[in-house]
Write a protein that binds this ligand. Structure first.
Ligand code: FES
Length: 139
């Protein structure tokens, strides 16, 4: 007699004990496509972040340019340039590499976007709040 094993447990906490926040399904994030934009708290204040898939991996950053603290998407969720190879700030054209968030062109070369820890598990994308970042929940 065979039995179906139970599904593995969801990643409710990472090895450091941080609890995961479900962002979206993996399928929502197509390669070099539109980002999933989400709200969070930084030192208790609302701010915005985004997650997108690049070279197969999901990366996430605050939606805040390293040049001036402004949101960067030229349309909600659209962060990549025409080549789909770089994150482009719509304000003054800062260009960032999606893999590490480093500015490689425009007014702030060498500066970096603020990265967030994300992970994919069982077809879902999770964010792990840490430090001065916390989840923002609607009332
Ligand atoms: S605010 Fe992004 S390039 Fe100036």
């Amino acid at each position: 007699m065979s039995t179906t094993p139970p599904p593995p447990a969801l990643p409710l906490a990472d090895p450091a004990g941080r609890h995961a926040v479900l962002l979206c399904s993996s399928a929502e994030l197509v390669e070099a496509g539109r980002a999933h934009v989400f709200d969070l708290l930084e030192f208790g204040r609302p701010t915005r972040a985004f997650a997108l898939r690049f070279e197969g991996r999901v990366v996430a950053y605050l939606n805040r340019c390293a040049h001036v603290p402004a949101e960067m998407d030229w349309r909600p969720g659209e962060f990549l340039d025409d080549t789909r190879r770089y994150i482009l700030c719509s304000m003054h054209g800062a260009v960032y590499t999606p893999q590490d968030g480093v500015c490689v062109g425009g007014p702030c070369p060498g500066r970096r976007l603020t990265g967030l820890t994300v992970r994919e598990e069982q077809g879902q994308v999770y964010w792990y709040p840490s430090g001065h970042f916390a989840a923002a929940f609607a009332d």
